[in-house]
Design a protein around this ligand. Sequence first.
Ligand SMILES: Cc1cc2nc3c(=O)[nH]c(=O)nc-3n(C[C@H](O)[C@H](O)[C@H](O)COP(=O)(O)OP(=O)(O)OC[C@H]3O[C@@H](n4cnc5c(N)ncnc54)[C@H](O)[C@@H]3O)c2cc1C
Length: 551
Amino acid sequence: MAEHTLQSIAFPTLDDAQVSEFERCTNATKKLYRDGQTLISMGDRDFKFYIVKSGEVEIVDHSGDKPKTVVVHGKGQFTGDVSHLTGRSSIVSAVARGDCEVDEVSRDALRGALNQCPVLSDIILQAFIARRQLLRESPDFIGLRVIGSRYSTDTFRVRDFLAKNRALFKWIDVETDPEVDQLLKHFGMTEADTPVVALGDGDLLLLRNPSNRQLADAIGIHQPVEEAVYDLVVVGAGPAGLAAAVYAASEGLRTVLLESIAPGGQAGSSMRIENYLGFPTGVTGAELAERAILQANKFGARLSVPTQAVHLGWEKAYAVTRLEAGETVTTKCLLIATGADYRRLDVEGCELFEGKGVYYAATLAEGKMCRGAQVVLVGGGNSAGQAAAFLAQHASKVFLLIRGDDLYKNMSSYLVHRIEQTSNIELLTNTTIRRMSGDGHLGSVEIVNQKTGQDRTVETPAVFSFIGAVPRTDWLPPEIERDARGFIRTGADVAQSPHWTSRRHPFLLETSRPGVFAAGDVRSGSIKRVASAVGEGSMVVQFVHEFLKEM
Ligand SMILES: Cc1cc2nc3c(=O)[nH]c(=O)nc-3n(C[C@H](O)[C@H](O)[C@H](O)COP(=O)(O)OP(=O)(O)OC[C@H]3O[C@@H](n4cnc5c(N)ncnc54)[C@H](O)[C@@H]3O)c2cc1C
């Protein structure tokens, strides 16, 4: 989108009639702020939304070395961004410039208005999305700073967690960045403390090698679950779980979505989904997930990240899910949408290099790390094809290894054509990795042609694995029946199950336990695609309504 169009979408001016309509929808409170008074501070949680009635409000970025003006809002303009819906902390401050009068609205009232006033909702939501995009693309906006080495597993984990959760941050590589010593000194840290995560001067946030949960708490990603009985608990926020949350919350069901790493699931790690209906020019998985999260939040679904479900049991008629941190969540219906993971490569030395040269996703974070280097990618499906095409834009060369001899067998032909036309991708058929070696970080791999026995060593800092998905079902009890590969059986497949206790026939997506459903990649026999996961997640909600009628 042209820069000026994006600017005008990001910073629209409401006319008097629109402001009056907004006031009617929200019962806004009128407030006066004196010149220099702060309306929102960077790091505030649950901050208010403001429409400027007179005077000006300056939006200031404090994340860099000096405060910078992002924009100045005048009459009819409004503050805020997607954090109002996601519940995260504010990433900027808002300060009155001159005396000003504003309409002040709480987060809940804003959400109500977004659901009740469709025209205003469009303007405000589009502005929020465009503001995030502008900040994300701005070379001046820093956000969080992550200081750590490209060879450190924890630095990779922190960057991966922040990137997957769409947090704005700048990575400062201890190995190459000239600012490092000065910055670490400034924060009172040494290289031994890395990865260090800081915001601004470090006064608002300064963490040494935080766990994902500590990081999520510090930047306001984590929303605790409530002690209530939910209508629907969804485990897993990939396309299936997100779709279910959007439909369930929009249809008035009390819904919570539990996600162990970041919303988006496997789709979130795709740099270009070209076959999802309605996106002729393709869409990144991250963008699709970001929009779905906003949609689910808009309708009032609660999203709890990073929250891993570790056990499922029952108390009377309710399903009780235990979480990693020990709390439990009780619900009338449960949806298992935990998807699948790529299988570990069965290669000598592989575990040693996970996060330090062996990766299971190819996003911008990994792309940056292998700039100019040659990389090895294993797998012959669509995800491998997409990753190869994406990595070829960053790496000097991509070796694509497949066990068989025909790439067309498991990959869509549009991707095979793209690979054939990309000069820096070399396809190696009948080939596997025999050994990985390196000193602390992956340095080289030994590959072998299984047909000819010929082997060679490839110097590389990165191997990407996109082979055989394994369902994430190891946390489930025997009452949830699975097939020989661990995928969850549903519908007609569980009608004769000894665990099936109801007199009626199981619904299409219902598991062997009445009221517990499965959708998406984790379901036995499902089609492993974004569209089918979204479709199944949406369908489940109808069965949930049917089940609740029976209770
Ligand atoms: C790189 C790549 C590219 C792809 N490209 C395409 C494409 O172009 N077109 C297409 O149609 N499909 C594509 N796919 C396939 C598509 O992404 C998947 O079919 C789809 O994401 C499945 O959605 P899902 O919601 O069922 O599961 P997933 O996407 O696997 O999501 C499951 C979620 O559950 C979470 N989770 C797991 N266990 C727990 C637990 N115990 N507690 C809490 N949370 C948990 C996970 O962290 C994850 O976020 C691609 C896949 C990959 C990896």
